[in-house]
Write a protein that binds this ligand. Structure first.
Ligand code: BGC
Ligand code: BGC
Length: 743
């Protein structure tokens, strides 16, 4: 539709029609009898039948046939026949589930991330959807927070590259293209900084920290063209993000230049009352619309109050028009005025969902996101050896995370199934050995999943528990190598899954200890939605492979790595703490005035009395089956002036016995500036693949934008002086050179 027609449409709409556009409700209301809806949750929200019938968008329902039907009925009833928007959380895949986003961060491969988002978009678009509530780009530093699984990690640069890759993958050149959906960058802003890692708690961030660390990834997603942004649940400077004018008007719209649709998070407008910021629903509606929130997700704040607020002259109608314009514009950009069904197509959906190509991509991604933390000459596995596959994750197919609306574990490939395809059954045995979390462990609020935390655990009686453990220990004793698949339950991470302890469930640790007593040759495969405290298993195993929640093709991806078909190349996108007492722990911190150096015996340094300062495994760390020699970093000059560039290069040589891939990382430090700068900041990375004995030169161009920051006076730019750069294969590299930036 031409812009002028769209403007005319807006002019012609009644106030009520406009307010309707600003409401989003769950699609479930459409799947139920309207009378049952009106006595249930909708009534609690303050909705009336017309709100439900006329809401401008719905969330959480998918399926080409169903959505086409909803669209048809809706448009017939709508006075202006405006099409409805269909949104859903496609976080790491629609039906083909890719590794969870933090795992994808470990790939350090934006192009892979883009391809996975593209495949997800295809499955979603043919299933009738228009918008995905993704990417989640919140910077995360505290492993206690359950939603770290949904982010790509602790680094602003890596997050930015991954944010734009996802937006490009979802939207392509234009979101109206076939097989594309609109991306929604979330949660704006600072949600990842929840105090003490406790879900929904406040974010205490200075403006400098917000700008320097937290804003870049949102900005990158917006610059890549994301059509939507979602607000965050937390407060920023004591004002709920969702009604925060400074954040939404000055920063998001003003500074970042975002012109798309801003949607509240689920019920977040109403929650501003609970925060103690709005007096009641009406005040909440006023404050949110003043902040420029276009769509109210799942509350009746707007639908009950906006029209009245306008009629009473409290909210100018122009503010409502502004919001509705952006919503109509998005519908138009998606091409819905020309074809309200967009790509909804049952046959095409069936063709692409879990198709061979998508499964192959999911397998590639699962392999590339595995991070090898330890390997004492035991991996890749020698298939001639006698191997016992033990642990609850040997068979478990619940490896797609807690956050896959449409994904199903029945479609997943377990470790056992994948191993069965290539290991000779004469040499292998398989045992669960223990339950996942223990049949007596209860998770509250997961009632939909059964009484026990893991319904499968419920089936275990004491007898089975004893027998399984015994059999596993016997198998471990008889085997030459044990592959132990253990970790968190998929229910341990995701929204509302904060944890105070980062342990592997006790039943599994018990299994690990019993096995370690009889066989030291343990390869641990870790399933996890977050960094865990893995001191004990790291110390007592020969190899340790982090597999995260690896998705539909998880088993294949893992076995590919275990057998050496895929040489691991993943790097940690988030530090693995030594223990929970270090959280939040991250590499790009400021120096204290008394930094501790190993060996310092004086007490008055920045350190703990009882644990080391360093995480157990740092950001950027990950091993390969190959060895890579990285030459000292060479600069083409020792000083350069503003406007110029300097080149840093290293020669990387594969000195190992396998072809392999290494992620070469560039870090920078401004040694002295008008404000203290981080000890190290990632500014670039490159993945190089080399055959045995092959070498290659990897170069990074450094220009002043890479050295810029928010100066003491608030302006952005660099300052002359001494800089250090490091080029290596982890954030702990000591391969350093220095240069001067002159005026
Ligand atoms: C989450 C969002 C999600 C929304 C809709 C909220 O609880 O915080 O990330 O997009 O629900 O499902
Ligand atoms: C302490 C101060 C103290 C000073 C002199 C410092 O290490 O931080 O509190 O006054 O020593 O003893």
């Amino acid at each position: 539709m031409e812009k002028q027609q769209l403007e005319e449409l807006l002019k012609d709409m009644s106030l009520q029609e406009k307010v309707d556009q600003m409401l989003q409700i769950t699609g479930r209301f459409y799947q139920m009898d309207i009378n049952s809806v009106l006595t249930g949750p909708a009534l609690q929200m303050g909705l009336i039948e017309s709100d439900i019938n006329m809401a401008g968008s719905i969330l959480g329902t998918y399926g080409a046939k169903e959505l086409k039907q909803i669209q048809k009925t809706y448009m017939e009833q709508h006075p202006h026949h405006i099409p409805m928007l269909f949104m859903m959380d496609i976080i790491h895949g629609m039906k083909t589930i890719f590794p969870m986003p933090l795992a994808m961060g470990a790939s350090f491969e934006p192009e892979l991330v883009r391809r996975c988002a593209q495949a997800s978009a295809k499955e979603a678009a043919y299933s009738g959807l228009h918008v995905t509530f993704s990417p989640m780009v919140d910077l995360v530093r505290d492993a206690r927070w359950g939603r770290v699984m949904e982010s790509t990690g602790e680094d602003p640069y890596l997050n930015s590259r991954m944010a734009e890759a996802q937006v490009r993958g979802f939207q392509g050149e234009s979101m109206s293209e076939e097989g594309r959906v609109c991306a929604c960058v979330k949660h704006f802003a600072g949600y990842g900084a929840a105090v003490a890692g406790r879900e929904y708690s406040a974010a205490e961030l200075s403006e400098r920290t917000l700008r320097q660390y937290y804003f870049p990834a949102y900005k990158a997603g917006i610059d890549a063209g994301a059509g939507m942004v979602m607000t965050a649940f937390n407060t920023i400077d004591n004002i709920p993000a969702t009604a925060n004018r400074w954040l939404m008007r000055d920063i998001l719209r003003g500074e970042m230049g975002f012109g798309g649709v801003l949607i509240s998070d689920f019920s977040a407008i109403l929650e501003t009352v609970v925060h103690g910021y709005a007096e009641d629903k009406k005040d909440a509606a006023k404050k949110a619309v003043e902040a420029g929130v276009d769509i109210d997700m799942m509350t009746g704040c707007y639908s009950e109050n906006l029209a009245e607020l306008v009629e009473q002259g409290i909210v100018p109608e122009s503010l409502v028009d502004e919001c509705v314009w952006r919503i109509l514009d998005l519908k138009n950009k998606l091409g819905l005025f020309d074809n309200p069904y967009k790509d909804a197509d049952e046959a095409k959906a069936e063709e692409v969902i879990l198709c061979r190509e998508h499964r192959a991509l999911a397998r590639e991604a699962a392999g590339k996101s595995c991070v090898l933390l330890k390997n004492e000459n035991i991996l890749p596995l020698n298939k001639e050896k006698k191997i016992a596959f033990i642990g609850p994750y040997t068979y478990c197919k619940k490896i797609i995370s807690n956050w896959s609306v449409a994904g199903e574990s029945k479609d997943c490939v377990s470790v056992k199934e994948a191993a069965d395809e290539i290991f000779d059954s004469i040499h292998t045995s398989y045992h669960a050995g223990s339950q996942m979390t223990g049949r007596k462990v209860r998770f509250e609020g997961f009632s939909a999943f059964g009484k026990a935390a893991e319904p499968d655990d419920e089936e275990w009686g004491e007898e089975k528990e004893r027998k399984e453990l015994e059999e596993a220990v016997r198998a471990a004793k008889e085997a030459e190598i044990v592959v132990l698949s253990v970790g968190e339950s998929y229910l341990h991470s995701g929204e509302a899954c904060s944890r105070a302890f980062l342990d592997i469930p006790e039943v599994q640790m018990n299994l690990f200890r019993r096995i370690a007593e009889v066989n030291p040759n343990i390869v641990v495969v870790l399933f996890n939605g977050r960094p865990l405290d893995i001191r004990e298993i790291s110390a007592k195993s020969k190899a340790l492979l982090v597999a995260w929640m690896p998705g539909t093709e998880g088993g294949h991806g893992i076995v590919d790595v275990l057998t050496g078909k895929v040489n691991p190349s993943g790097k940690l996108p988030m530090s693995f703490p030594y223990c929970v007492g270090q959280c939040p722990v991250f590499y790009n911190e400021l120096s204290t005035g008394r930094p501790y150096r190993e060996g310092d015996t004086n007490r008055y340094f920045s350190k703990y009395l009882d644990i080391p300062n360093k995480p157990l495994y740092p950001f950027g760390y990950g091993l390969s089956y190959s060895e890579f020699e990285i030459s000292p970093v060479k600069l083409n000059k020792n000083s350069f002036c503003e406007g110029d560039v300097i080149t840093a290069s290293v020669t990387v040589k594969n000195t190992g016995e396998f072809p392999g891939t290494e992620v070469i990382q560039l870090y920078v430090q401004d040694v002295a500036a008008s404000v203290a700068r981080p000890v190290k900041e990632l500014k670039g990375f490159e993945k190089v693949t080399l055959r045995e004995s092959e070498e290659a030169v990897v170069s990074f161009r450094i220009d002043e934008t890479m050295l810029s920051f928010i100066r003491a006076d608030g302006t952005v730019g660099c300052e002359p002086g001494l800089f250090r750069i490091w080029v290596g294969n982890s954030s702990e590299t000591s391969n350093m050179a220095e240069f001067w930036l002159t005026k």
